[in-house]
Structure formats: C-alpha cells, structure tokens
Ligand binder design. Structure first.
Ligand SMILES: [Zn+2]
Length: 497
C-alpha cells in the first residue's frame, strides 16, 4: 500500500513536473507568436505602438527570449520609421522639400504601412529637384542649378542621378568660352496682330508696312534665330562701371558664352500703344494676367476682348524663353523703350487730371516692376519722340526733364537711351551732354547690321538693326544670317512702293 502510494505520488509528481515544464514552454512560445503578430500588425498600421509596447512591457523579464528582444528592436525601429514618415509628410505638405526628403529617407522597408509611399514621395521630390535644376542649367544658371542639387545631395546618397547631374553642370560651367565676334542689336516696334486692319489701304498702311512686324513674322524670327544658335543677352554683360576718384568709368567686359552661341541684344521701341494705332490691328495695352505675367489686352475686330500672353513682343518672348530656356543667357530678354507724351504701355500716365490717373500710374508701375523681374530692362526713348538732330538744346532740356519727371517715377532709374528715329548726336554736342546729366550711359542709334559697338570712358554707343518690313524688303543681306526671309515674310503685306 505504502509502495503503491509512493508510486502514484511519483507518477503524479512526474506528470506535474512535466506538465508545469510544458506550460512554461507554451507560455514562452505564445508570447513569441503573439508579440510577433502584434509587431507585424504594427508594421502594417493595423495596431498601435502602445498596444505593441504594452504587451512587451508585460512580459516578465525571465520570459524574454532572444527572439522577443529582436522583435522589440524591430518594433522600435518601425516606430522610429513611422515618426520619420509623419514628419516627412508634414514637411511635404508644407512644401519643405529637403526637410521632407531627409525624414522620408529614414523610413525603412519593415515599416510596411509607409515604405512604398515614402519611396514614392522621395522620388517625386527628387525628380522635382532634378527638373528644376535642369531648367536652371538650360538657362545657363549653372551655379544656381548646382546649389539646388547640393541642398538635397547629402540625403540622397543611394540615388546616383544627383551626382551625375552635378558633374554635368560643373563641366558645362567650365566650358563657357570668351566670345569675340560681333554682338547683334535688333529692334522691333509693337507687333501687328491683325494684318487686315493694319494693311487696309488707308494713309497709315505704308508706315506700318515699312516699320512694323507682324505677330507671325516675329514668332518665326524667334524660332529661326533660336535654331541658328543665337542667344539673348543682357546689355550688362558688355560693360561694367568702375568708380575712381568719385568718377565712374565704363569698362568693356569680357563676354563669356556657351560654345557656339551668338549674342543678340533685343530692344523694343515705343511700347506706348499710341492713339494713332487704335483700331489698326495692334494690341491696346500691356496688362498683368491672373498669374501676374505680362500679357496684352486686345480689342478684337468682332468686338470681343482678349487678355493673352501673345500679340506683342514682350509676352511672346517671355513664353518663348519659358519654352526654350537656352535661348536666353541667364534669363535676359531685352530692352523696352518708352516715350512719355501719351503715357506708357497704353496707360495715360501723362494726364495728371484724368480720373483714372492714380490707378493707371499704379498699374503701369506694377507692370514695369514685373518687366524688370523677368529679364527686361527699361530705356528712355525721349519724352516727345523728338529728333535730337533737329531740335535745339532748349527743347532737348525740356523734353529730357519731362521724361525724367513723369516716366522715372513709374519705371525707376535707367542709364539706357534709345534715340528716336535713330537720330543720334555727337559726344561733344551739348544735347548729348544734357542726356548724360540725367545719368544716361548706353546710347543706341540705328544702322546696318546693328553690330557697331563703341566704348568711351563715360558712355557706350551701339547701332541697331530693325527687323521689319523695310529691312526685309530693302536690306535682306543684313538679315539673312538671322533667319530665312522667305519663310518669315508675312504674305499679307501689301506691295512695297
Ligand atoms: Zn520710336
């Protein structure tokens, strides 16, 4: 009996020990499996860090196996990743691209909830950066393109495209060459939008046919000059002003251009939208469109009205350069020259008593500001479009003062002067000295190929070539290197007399 009891007890004890041992194992295995599935759910965004971590904290220390420790590390990495993703997304929404990229780069593949989206956002940011840098580099803003990519480069080590682009831009920057050929100066007046109205047989027809260019001709000229490697440059690339003994001295500047490119300085005369042009097929005034771009306002022949980035040289050039950034060296566009006697840009800023004077003044000023921001420079074309060779000093004094008083407040200071009728005066002429008193330093006349460029200590003189009906008809040899006249020429022009 005793023996039996002992045996039974032994069996019970053995079973008990074995059961309790087995229970311990089961518990540990359950922790493992359950914790693992919690961490997996957390990774997928189906359970929270708190639930996961609470579970882990509740596991007694002596039950923590290597597998559980590993899972805990994984849980914490995923949590870091999720926090980085949240910050990256926040910065993304705030359009802080570099910051966003930086945080998104810390999102790991085990963070299943966010990884794909983080990669997608990173790629999107990277391609935005590369595209923006590419547009800058196309417009020869190499330093700016390099700086742009260098913002993001430290966080994109796993993406070789940034370094490839950086190398490319650095090489291109070193490839600029000293340009020693001629600099062409070309100019236009307001463009003819509706040839049927400009060439309607009235007494103005001949003048328009001679001195104006049509919209279609202008667009074709730009297209061909672009194809032939011409490039718009800013007048400031040709000179610099040094100050010595309180005197400014003008110095010729070396012109460095991308290899093979030929420089052009564009200027636009009389962008005033004079009264005489009304109803003759031109735009009516410059305006700012809803995006703040310089556009034209045109009354259409059918009575309608149109605001468009079209119908005159400024908006057409702006759009062309946006589409072909490599047609402009670092955003250069051209020089816009205004008289003042009928206001500027189609606004009667000369009529102080006009009920709309203040508004007109403000609008013209806003457009002038936008022009200057977008690569245009503004020049004087005298106040009354006077012929400097014909008028005496008294008239020149009055005219120059009036331009200074009425137009400068709208457009700001300028040192650029374009002679009306191309009628220039000599450097020791008192009328020239009068212009100099107002700070004019760069003077343009008209003539030949528009490639003369003369430097003196305190001024520069240049000629310009008119790309209009007159020149296409009477001086094609001056134009044929720029474009194919047969292709450009508007067939709606009347016969030349
Ligand atoms: Zn003029």
């Amino acid at each position: 009996m005793k023996k039996q009891f002992f045996l039974v007890s032994l069996v019970i004890l053995t079973v008990g020990i074995s059961v309790s041992c087995k229970n311990n194992k089961v518990e540990a295995m359950n922790y493992d499996v359950e914790y693992k599935s919690l961490v997996e759910a957390f990774s997928k965004g189906e359970s929270s860090y708190k639930d996961c971590n609470d579970f882990y904290q509740n596991i007694k220390e002596d039950k923590i196996t290597d597998a559980i420790s590993e899972l805990s590390d994984r849980m914490n990495s995923i949590n870091d990743s999720k926090n980085n993703y949240a910050l990256g997304k926040e910065k993304y929404l705030q359009e802080q691209w570099v910051e966003s990229y930086k945080f998104l780069s810390n999102v790991i593949a085990e963070d299943e909830e966010n990884y794909n989206e983080a990669v997608e956002k990173k790629n999107e940011i990277m391609s935005t950066y590369i595209n923006e840098a590419e547009v800058l580099a196309l417009g020869y803003y190499y330093d700016e393109a390099i700086a742009k990519l260098e913002e993001i480069a430290p966080y994109s080590k796993d993406d070789s495209s940034v370094n490839e682009k950086l190398n490319e831009y650095n090489t291109k920057k070193d490839e600029l060459v000293l340009y020693e050929g001629e600099v062409r100066n070309i100019f236009f007046h307001s463009l003819i939008v509706f040839p049927e109205l400009a060439f309607d047989g009235d007494f103005m027809q001949k003048g328009y046919n001679y001195w104006m260019t049509t919209v279609s001709e202008y667009k074709k000229m730009l297209e061909q000059m672009y194809e032939r490697d011409y490039i718009l440059i800013d007048i400031n690339m040709l000179y610099e002003t040094e100050y010595a003994d309180d005197k400014s001295v003008i110095k010729k500047k070396d012109l460095y251009l991308p290899k093979g490119k030929k420089p052009i300085i564009l200027s636009l005369d009389d962008l005033n939208y004079y009264k005489y042009m009304e109803k003759d097929g031109f735009a009516d005034r410059l305006v700012l469109d809803k995006d703040g771009n310089v556009a034209t306002f045109t009354k259409l022949p059918d009575g309608g009205e149109l605001v468009a980035r079209d119908n005159d040289c400024v908006p057409i050039t702006d759009v062309f350069v946006e589409e072909h950034p490599d047609f402009s060296y670092r955003g250069a566009k051209g020089v816009v020259a205004f008289t003042g006697y009928e206001g500027i840009m189609g606004y009667r800023t000369d009529l102080f008593d006009s009920p709309t004077f203040e508004e007109d003044f403000k609008t013209a000023k806003a457009i002038a500001d936008r022009l200057k921001e977008t690569g245009w420079r503004i020049a004087s074309h005298s106040y009354g479009h006077i012929n400097f060779q014909d008028k005496g000093i008294t008239r020149v004094k009055k005219d120059t003062k009036q331009w200074n008083d009425e137009v400068i407040p709208i457009i700001g200071k300028t040192n650029l002067f374009i002679y009306p009728y191309g009628a220039s005066v000599k450097k020791d002429d008192e009328r020239f000295k009068e212009l100099q008193k107002y700070g004019f330093e760069v003077f343009w006349g008209v003539g030949g190929r528009g490639a003369t460029l003369r430097y003196a200590d305190d001024f520069i003189i240049m000629d310009r070539c008119n790309l209009d009906g007159y020149k296409m008809h009477f001086g094609p040899k001056y134009l044929e290197d720029l474009f194919d006249i047969d292709y450009v020429y508007d067939k709606s022009r009347p016969k030349f007399e």
